[in-house]
Design a protein around this ligand. Structure first.
Ligand SMILES: *Cc1c(COP(=O)(O)O)cnc(C)c1O
Length: 427
């Protein structure tokens, strides 16, 4: 073999490729490991003759991930606003800015004016309290499940939680509320039946051993037909605290979701404590909210378990900005008029050059407002588009129905419409 003509001799050495300023910059962002891996892979392709040796650095660069983390941003064209597999609520730009600002050293537990130690997360708590003036006090933990566990442990440890049989739900991925609450050492006292529970059922079960009555909003299913549940106003007459898990984190009534309980109304109805998630209809980061009487909230805050479910500074920053900032993506997605979506979908069809504009039905999803349907529009494409769109860059997720792929723009930020069109054209 003629060595001078052997392309392998022209393959640049690893250290020479790594010295390329573009790759050096990438290594500063992504770490040395992934960059070296990409270079080695490109050299191997050149050795196999699949790549011009002069382009090894370019190929390595093209192969690099955009961030050091493995989570990739995706475009949610499923029409499911709070998609559990896609991380529930998308944060607003205001929340993203706030969490980036809090990511370094920050005054999360310091009062800059006095130089003294401050109460952790005070600003986020103030924002939550301002959003729900009916709450005597508020506390923030890791997630909705942690809020419930903290309430059960601190207020009913070794005692009974009285709860309707129809509300012992599975919240997803095999996690069930009865197991979660049972793990705290509280005993569950189930009353009533799957479809009907009356005030008398609760009254008969309440006694000296009752820690609290728990009411859980069935946030991922609807029971219809011969049903009965007891409103909070009536439960509040039984002389024990009523804790209500509203789930979705709606803080005040939303006319679009008339059957979704909200924190303010539930507290006014007499609940001693309300628990909710931060990343559902509230539109913020994963968090658990506890709102209620100052006395109960203080007991929760002082319980040793509170430290184990303590919320992170990034979450506090994003939550506060969600509460104080402009309408967040979840709210925008829910309230975008169908006619506006139709116009965007028509434009998408023209830009993509394929498909049909059809009526679609979007849903809230993710444990909120079950049964609520939002009239929407979609670009219908052959089902074979689904895989290349999902595995492309950026990944575009649609919904396959009746052998077609539907791309519903309700949860796609409008400025990303051209990216969806480009992805479809590429397929
Ligand atoms: C979502 C939900 C939970 C769990 O909240 P996480 O924030 O996911 O931990 C608990 N109860 C209800 C009613 C819910 O909807």
């Amino acid at each position: 073999m003629d060595h001078a003509a052997d392309p392998r001799r022209a393959i640049p050495r690893t250290d020479a490729v790594l010295a390329d300023p573009r790759l050096a910059r990438a290594a500063a962002m992504l770490g040395h490991g992934p960059v070296k891996q990409a270079v080695t892979a490109a050299q191997q392709r050149a050795r196999r003759g699949e790549l011009d040796p002069a382009t090894v650095a370019d190929a390595a660069l093209a192969d690099l991930p955009t961030t050091a983390g493995g989570l990739r941003p995706v475009l949610n064209a499923t029409g499911v606003v709070l998609h559990t597999n896609l991380g529930r609520a998308a944060l607003s730009p205001a929340a993203v800015d706030a969490l980036v600002a809090a990511s370094g050293y920050t005054d999360v537990e310091l009062e800059l004016a006095t130089g003294r130690r401050g109460r952790r997360g005070r600003a986020a708590r103030d924002a939550l309290a301002a959003a729900v003036p009916d709450a005597g006090a508020v506390h923030i933990v890791n997630n909705g499940a942690a809020a419930l566990v903290l309430a059960a442990t601190a207020l009913a440890g070794g005692r009974e939680i009285v709860v309707s049989r129809g509300e012992m739900v599975e919240i997803g991925d095999g996690f069930r509320l009865p197991d979660l609450l049972g793990s705290t050492g509280a005993r569950l006292r189930e009353v009533g039946t799957t479809n009907r529970t009356a005030l008398a059922d609760y009254a008969a079960a309440v006694g000296p051993d009752t820690g609290f009555i728990l009411k859980v909003h069935p946030s991922n299913f609807v029971v219809t037909g011969f049903t009965a549940a007891v409103p909070v106003t009536e439960l509040a007459t039984l002389g024990v605290p009523v804790v209500v898990d509203v789930g979705s984190g709606l803080l005040a009534r939303d006319p679009l979701l008339p059957h979704e309980p909200d924190a303010a109304t539930t507290l006014r109805a007499g609940a001693a404590l309300v628990t909710a998630s931060g990343d559902k209809l509230l539109g913020g980061p994963q968090a658990g909210l506890l709102l209620g009487s100052a006395e109960l909230v203080e007991r929760l805050r002082r319980h040793p378990l509170a430290r184990a479910v303590r919320v992170d500074k990034l979450t506090l920053a994003a939550l506060e900005a969600t509460l104080r900032g402009p309408p967040h993506p979840t709210r925008q997605a829910l309230h975008t008029p169908a006619e506006h979506l139709r116009a965007r979908t028509e434009a998408l069809r023209r830009a993509a050059g394929v498909g049909q504009v059809v009526r679609s039905v979007a849903v809230v999803g993710g444990g909120g407002a079950p049964g609520v349907e939002l009239a929407s529009w979609a670009l219908a494409l052959p089902a074979r588009y689904a895989e290349p769109l999902r595995t492309g860059e950026p990944p575009v997720l649609g919904r396959v129905a009746d052998g077609r792929l539907l791309l519903d723009l309700r949860c796609v930020p409008e400025h990303d419409d051209p990216a969806v069109a480009a992805a479809v054209r590429k397929v």
